[in-house]
Design a protein around this ligand. Structure first.
Ligand SMILES: *[C@@H]1O[C@H](CO)[C@@H](O)[C@H](O)[C@H]1NC(C)=O
Ligand SMILES: *[C@@H]1O[C@H](CO)[C@@H](O)[C@H](O)[C@H]1NC(C)=O
Length: 831
């Protein structure tokens, strides 16, 4: 149908042109559209030329085109021109208009020539075409507005209205299309930037350029435009935050990453490469932190100390390579860690306090500090237990060490006070200080003897100066307060000052015998020794010492009966009629020693006739052991030995005269020889009486002298004599037995060894009965000094006694017995 419509149009056109041809040149013109299909009728040439159809056939009508291609053929039979080859106007004429084919129709017989022109009219058979279907552009985003980009043109071979008429671009904000007419009528197509590109927003822009012709219907062709937006450093880095907050514990080691800042740059490539740096920050802070310039890590560069700074501000700058920057601030808060021990300061200290210090005495002042804050800086202090000291807070962080009970150096002479302070951190830190508090001594302890009383034994006849015994007292105090001196307390034994018996060494407590003791005179005595310390005031205690004197076998048995006298001869009478066992007599002996030493035994040592008498071993009885005969001599002489049981034993012998007779005259005649030495006995008696007279005279003389001296002294001492001196006038006891033989049975004989110069050792023997002075051992200096200070004695002009050593020999004592006890056994022989 469409094809038919078009053919109708062409025929109308042909009619007009035939009219014109016919009228002007007589030639035929046709107008046909291009692209008619093969065999299509162009026109009825025969008719148009006014020829008979037979003429064409007979005239062998043909078409002459010269060299040109034959697009058209002649149908002689029908008298029409037909399309032989499809005609493409564009191929035939290009852009030339009008486009016509000129040929001749030649007839023979007669030869005739007709010119025919066939104009080929354009149809819109070509679409506009771009040579390249894609156009690529690389445009910097920094390109300025108005920049032009030449686009490729499209080509449409059609002509006229069918040719390219217009271009269109996909709608975009950035670009507009601009067509520019060239002088040759061509059009230049340009793309003009009307709005800045932003790579960051759109990196690639795809556009479509459409070229359109004016045909009916119109045809169009398209081309892709690919715009790549090139980056420009048009974006500064931007931090994700303007302020970063971070914390770091103060014990974080160097190199700890505290936080990371981050900036981003919308640009690309090097324009987005960011480096971080610290800027605008104080130098000391810069020393502490560094920033990783690539990744923005904030790193501690040195040790952080909360106690120095609790807060840091660091400004960080981020720069891209194009030099654009941004900055941010990091606030670093330092977290306190319990890294500081409490510090204990001793502000004032007493190292030594006396033991009598009152409770609540302040010993030490302490201050405690902890540099940490909060709980980490809260400090508690305590001291060790079991000491008499407490910790007393005075004010904030100040403490006093105060005694809280009585002190006793003897219990504990020093205390180690450990003050320990801990904070409340977790874990808690603590520190401690040990103070030594010494307790100084006060004389609060008296010396104490090791025993509550002492008993000492000494064998009689000791040498004077012999150490008997040692007392010992201890004093719990210290040094001078514990230095014990021993002092003999004044007392008297049997009316005699005890200092004449014993002395005590002040330093050592050794008790010395001052004299030689005689058990037979004194068996025991006691005295008190005082121990006194060196404190001020001194303290003392005393103890009783009992000295027991032990017996020694120092006395031989003493025969009391029969009495051995030189003056008269005593004999026992035995009647010749005496039976066996007749008790002749009894030897009576005593021994002043005691115990075994006084246990006596009797033995017959010698006898005129041993067979006649025996002596009772225990009782000393002399008895006959056989019948007395007339042959037995009248005069019998027995020697009896009395022995004691001591070790070694001592003995005495006694001669017992026995007269074996029945009458007294018989005895007398026999005993004449007994009296042969009567003259000697008379002499002896005379000497004894003389001696007694002399001694009595001296005694009385001495007595007078002593009494007068005494009276004189007594007067003097009323003024100056106050102390009880160890210098004692001593009167030896003296016993005279008027009942006995008249001799002095008990004599103390003193040897006073006086020296005027201690280097001389000559001794002058004081006469018996003179005033003797007993002086304590001068080595006991305390006593000695007292003696020397006693001027009243030593400076006596009429008392030329000097300090010296005195020894006395205790010669002999024996108790008195009454002879009347034995009178019934006694026979006195006439002289
Ligand atoms: C006190 O400490 C010192 C020294 O460590 C020590 O020698 C002494 O025995 C201690 N004293 C007491 C009573 O613990
Ligand atoms: C001896 O000690 C007792 C207590 O032990 C005391 O009563 C007495 O007074 C003391 N004697 C002297 C002389 O100090």
């Amino acid at each position: 149908m469409e094809m038919a419509d078009r053919t109708m149009g062409l025929q109308a056109l042909l009619f007009i042109s035939i009219l014109s041809l016919t009228s002007v040149i007589g030639q035929v013109s046709y107008s046909i559209p291009e692209e008619m299909s093969k065999g299509s009728v162009i026109g009825n040439i025969a008719q148009d030329l006014g020829l008979d159809r037979k003429r064409l056939t007979s005239g062998k009508g043909r078409i002459f085109t010269g060299d040109s291609a034959e697009y058209i053929e002649l149908d002689r039979e029908r008298g029409v021109l037909l399309i032989k080859e499809k005609i493409d106007r564009e191929a035939l004429c290009g852009q030339t208009t009008p486009c016509a084919l000129h040929f001749q129709v030649i007839l023979e017989n007669p030869m005739e020539l007709y010119a025919v022109a066939v104009e080929i009219t354009d149809i819109n058979d070509n679409t506009p075409i771009f040579e390249k279907s894609e156009m690529k552009f690389k445009i910097s985003e920094s390109a300025v507005i108005g920049a032009k980009f030449l686009l490729e043109r499209a080509i449409d071979p059609d002509v006229g209205i069918n040719s390219l008429q217009s271009y269109f671009l996909t709608k975009t904000d950035n670009f507009v299309l601009k067509l520019k007419d060239q002088p040759d009528g061509e059009k230049i197509v340009e793309m003009v930037l009307q709005k800045s590109l932003d790579r960051e927003r759109q990196e690639e822009i795809f556009l479509v350029l459409t070229a359109m012709d004016g045909g009916e219907p119109n045809l169009s062709g398209t081309a892709q435009i690919h715009v790549t937006v090139l980056d420009a450093n048009d974006n500064a880095p931007v931090f994700t935050k303007t302020v970063y907050k971070a914390t770091i514990p103060e014990d974080a080691p160097k190199g700890t990453v505290i936080t990371r800042v981050s900036a981003s740059d919308a640009d690309k490539g090097s324009n987005s490469k960011i480096t971080y740096s610290i800027s605008n920050t104080a130098a000391d802070v810069r020393h502490m932190f560094e920033i990783n310039e690539l990744n923005g890590d904030l790193i501690s560069k040195s040790n952080i100390d909360y106690e120095k700074a609790r807060f840091y501000q660091i400004h960080v700058q981020a720069s891209d390579e194009g030099g654009l920057t941004d900055s941010c601030k990091i606030t670093v808060e330092v977290i306190d860690i319990n890294d500081n021990k409490p510090v204990i300061n001793i502000m004032s200290q007493t190292n030594i306090i006396p033991e009598d210090s009152k409770p609540a005495t302040v010993v030490t002042m302490v201050n405690v500090q902890d540099l940490d804050s909060g709980e980490n800086g809260k400090v508690h202090c305590a001291i060790n237990d079991h000491i008499p000291v407490t910790l007393k807070p005075t004010s904030n962080n100040f403490f006093n060490l105060v005694t809280d009970s009585d002190l006793d150096r003897e219990t504990a002479s020093e205390y180690n006070i450990t003050v320990k302070c801990s904070d409340e951190g977790v874990p808690s830190l603590s520190s401690s200080v040990t103070l030594t508090l010494q307790i100084s001594d006060v004389n609060d302890n008296a010396p104490v003897f090791e025993r509550s009383s002492y008993e000492a034994y000494i064998v009689e006849n000791n040498t004077p100066g012999l150490s008997i015994f040692t007392v010992k007292a201890r004093d719990a105090d210290w040094n001078q307060n514990a230095r014990v001196s021993y002092i003999l307390e004044d007392s008297s034994v049997n009316g005699v000052p005890v200092s004449s018996y014993v002395s005590v060494s002040a330093d050592s407590g050794v008790i010395h015998a001052v004299r030689s003791f005689d058990y037979e005179q004194i068996k025991d005595f006691h005295f008190r020794v005082k121990a006194q310390d060196g404190g001020s005031p001194p303290l003392s205690s005393n103890v009783t010492v009992k000295v027991m004197i032990q017996d020694q076998n120092d006395n031989p048995p003493q025969v009391l009966y029969p009495v051995q006298t030189g003056g008269s001869l005593v004999a026992e009478m035995v009647p010749r009629s005496a039976d066996v066992g007749y008790l002749v007599t009894k030897v009576v002996a005593v021994d002043v020693d005691s115990g075994q030493n006084a246990w006596l035994s009797y033995k017959l040592q010698k006898a005129t006739d041993r067979a006649l008498f025996e002596v009772g071993l225990q009782n000393g009885e002399i008895r006959t052991i056989r019948q007395v005969t007339d042959k037995d001599a009248v005069k019998q002489r027995l020697t009896v030995i009395v022995e004691d049981n001591g070790q070694p034993s001592r003995s005495a012998t006694v001669i017992v005269n026995v007269a074996v007779a029945d009458s007294f005259p018989e005895v007398l005649s026999e005993f004449t020889d007994f009296t042969q030495d009567k003259e000697y006995n008379d002499n002896l008696t005379f000497y004894l009486v003389l001696a007694l007279a002399v001694v009595s005279f001296l005694f009385i003389t001495c007595l007078v002298v002593i009494i007068s001296v005494k009276i004189y002294r007594w007067r003097q001492s009323r003024v100056m004599y106050h102390s009880n001196l160890p210098v004692i006038p001593y009167y030896p006891p003296r016993y005279s037995d008027t009942l006995g033989t008249g001799t002095l049975q008990h004599v103390y004989n003193y040897e006073v060894c006086r020296t005027t110069d201690s280097r001389k050792s000559d001794c002058k023997f004081g006469i018996a009965g003179s005033q003797n002075v007993l002086i304590m051992d001068p080595s006991s200096t305390g006593t000695m000094q007292r003696i020397q200070s006693e001027k009243s004695i030593l400076d006596e002009p009429d008392s030329p006694l000097e300090v010296g050593y005195l020894t006395h020999h205790y010669l002999h004592t024996s108790p008195r017995y009454s002879y009347n006890d034995f009178l019934d056994h006694r026979y006195y022989l006439p002289p």
